[in-house]
Every structure is written in structure tokens, then in C-alpha cells.
Design a protein around this ligand. Structure first.
Ligand SMILES: [Zn+2]
Ligand SMILES: [Zn+2]
Length: 334
């Protein structure tokens, strides 16, 4: 089979390797769609830890085409979407942290390939009515669900602010609305992304290059700020800005992944005085199945900006890093 191997920096090669063969408890799927994640881009830019050579891609779907010993044959032919690893549910990592931190089960991904071998526990059957391309966005949706689960029950009707209208920001808007948020403000400079906020349920759209976001939040909330302030870009200064627009006892939610080594440039006395809770979640946490159940309730029409064959992975990464669209897919069999 063919795989796209990341060689460091923005360099990829397309290589021919042996077809995967499933061992006990494993399945092979034929990749239909494999989404390019912000963390994949950040790896190629040295902003997220990664060691080449590596086959990237952890947001993939496709039909199961081969099963190993001990796997129920009913899964053959079913379209599945995969979490990054199986979780034993018994180790300290699983019990005290999340499925993402299982100490026994290795990560099995490598979605920029024609076929992927995974543990059957990673494979979640995609419900009828959800197309494989949309279903491949379960992992990013799980990152948002896991993040919002950290704040507990959402105060019904509360005001919220989401900064950043990439896929994670749009999903944050949509999931906040599903959970009962009142007015949700989306702030994003790219007009195409900003307009898409509407279909996810954003009530107020802000282009920060044209209108001052701080003033807008002040006017809307009588100077108190929003209950939930989510930063979905991963830029420390934006996180700091959002922290100033949160009302006393509100939550600063870190949806975006900041580069390793980023300090938060805020006045900590101010956070203390206003009693702001700061939190985020790493990856999909334990929220993968919950996110798969949530996806059909969101309108993701048009979020996939383009699909590329394996051979054009370099162009696909460049387009994705350019930030013009929302989500870019690798489709190895198109
Ligand atoms: Zn991802
Ligand atoms: Zn475990």
C-alpha cells in the first residue's frame, strides 16, 4: 500500500510499504477520509512535539476490510471512525486521567495511508445517515466536548465568547448552543469562516480587524463580561485578551493548542480577584463516543474546504496552514 511519510519540516514522501495484516483483536480499514489536524500542521512547523519519519493523520474513517482473530465478523464492511488509541480502562493513566493517557495500549494511527491497522476498541461504527467524511471530524469534536465537559454543567442561557473560527472554534460555538448557552459571540477575521459561525448557531459575529471585540462584549454584557470565554486558536496573547472579557466567576476555556513553552501573559492578581477558572483538555479525553453522538446534531455543511490525493499531501498541508478554508481532507482512494 501507499503511505505519505512526514520527513521533517514541510517535506513528505509517498512510499510503498507492506499491507497491514491484523493480529488478534485488530482490524484493518480502507481509508475513505483522513482529516489534516492543526496539530499535524504544528508538527511540520516545529510547534508541536513530533519525531520524523512518521505517518501522520489521526482523524480517519473508512470501511473495515479485514479482521483479526477474536473480532466479531459483523464489523466487516462497516464504516468506522477511530480514536487514537485503545484504552484498557484499568491502568492509572486511564483511571486518574483519560483514555488518551492509557499506559498499556500504544497509539495506533497513521491515517495518511491507503489502509490503517487499529485495535478493534478504537473502531467506532459510524451511525447511518452520517457520511464518512463528516464522521472523520469526530476526533476534533471530541477535543471540544472533552474541553467543555471540564467546566461541568453549563449555566443555561449564559453568554459565551469564542475566539477563532477554525473547525475547533465552530464546533465550540455549535456545542455551546446545543448545551443551552444563550448569546454566543464568534470572533474571527476571515470572512468565510466568520459567516459559517451562523450555521453553528453564533448569535453575534465579530471581525476583530474592523470592530473592537472588548467594546462589543462590554456593550452586550453591561460591562460584566461573558460567563464562558473560549480561545480556539492557540495564541497566548489571544488567550490573555479573552481572559479580560470574562465575568467574575466565569471560565476561561483553552480549546486551542498553544505551542509548547508558552507562558500566559496575564495579570494573575486580576484572575484571582475576579475568581476566573482556567482550564482545557488534552485531545479527545474520554469524549470520543459522546462526540460521535453529537456530530449528527451539528450542521457541518461546507466545512470541508478541499480533498487531496496522497500524492498532493504537501499542497494539502500548505492549503491547510494557509488558514483560508476550514478543514482539509486526504482521500487516498479518490
Ligand atoms: Zn486532531
Ligand atoms: Zn489504560
Amino acid at each position: 500500500m501507499r503511505v505519505a511519510t512526514w520527513r521533517g519540516g514541510s517535506e513528505f514522501t509517498v512510499d510503498t510499504v507492506d499491507d497491514p495484516s491484523p493480529g488478534p483483536g485488530q482490524v484493518v480499514l480502507k481509508v475513505h477520509s483522513s482529516g489534516i489536524c492543526g496539530t499535524d500542521i504544528h508538527k511540520t512547523q516545529g510547534l508541536f512535539p513530533g519525531t520524523p519519519p512518521e505517518v501522520l493523520g489521526h482523524e480517519f474513517t473508512g470501511p473495515v476490510v479485514e479482521i483479526g482473530e477474536g473480532v466479531e465478523s459483523s464489523i466487516l464492511g462497516k464504516v468506522v471512525v477511530c480514536s487514537l488509541n485503545a484504552a484498557c480502562g484499568e491502568c492509572e493513566g486511564c483511571k486518574t486521567w483519560s483514555a488518551m493517557h492509557c499506559e498499556r495500549e500504544p497509539r495506533m494511527a497513521g491515517g495518511f495511508a491507503e489502509y490503517v491497522l487499529v485495535d478493534q476498541r478504537q473502531a467506532h461504527i459510524v451511525p447511518d445517515g452520517l457520511d464518512p467524511e463528516t464522521a472523520s471530524m469526530t476526533e476534533p469534536a471530541a477535543c471540544v466536548v472533552s474541553c467543555l465537559n471540564m467546566i461541568g454543567d453549563l449555566e443555561q442561557g449564559c453568554d459565551a465568547l469564542v475566539v477563532g473560527g477554525g473547525l475547533l472554534g465552530l464546533l465550540t460555538v455549535g456545542i455551546l448552543k446545543l448545551r443551552g448557552a444563550g448569546r454566543v459571540i464568534l470572533s474571527e477575521p476571515n470572512p468565510k469562516r466568520l459567516a459559517m459561525g451562523k450555521q453553528f448557531g453564533a448569535d453575534v459575529l465579530n471581525d476583530p480587524t474592523k470592530d473592537d471585540l472588548g467594546e462589543l462584549v462590554n456593550d452586550l454584557t453591561g460591562g460584566y463580561g461573558v460567563k464562558i470565554g473560549a480561545e480556539a486558536v492557540g495564541v497566548p496573547q489571544l488567550v490573555a485578551n479573552v481572559s479580560k472579557m470574562i465575568r467574575p466567576r466565569g471560565n476561561l476555556v483553552l480549546v486551542g493548542v498553544n505551542p509548547v513553552g508558552s507562558p500566559l501573559p496575564v495579570d494573575l492578581y486580576d484572575l484571582h480577584y475576579r475568581e476566573i477558572t482556567v482550564g482545557g483538555a488534552f485531545g479527545a479525553g474520554d469524549a470520543f463516543a459522546e462526540a460521535l453522538g453529537t456530530l449528527p446534531r451539528l450542521n457541518l455543511k461546507g466545512v470541508v474546504s478541499d480533498r487531496y490525493p496522497l500524492e498532493e499531501i504537501t499542497q494539502a498541508f500548505a492549503a491547510s496552514a494557509g488558514g483560508e478554508g476550514v478543514k482539509y481532507m486526504i482521500a487516498p482512494h479518490d
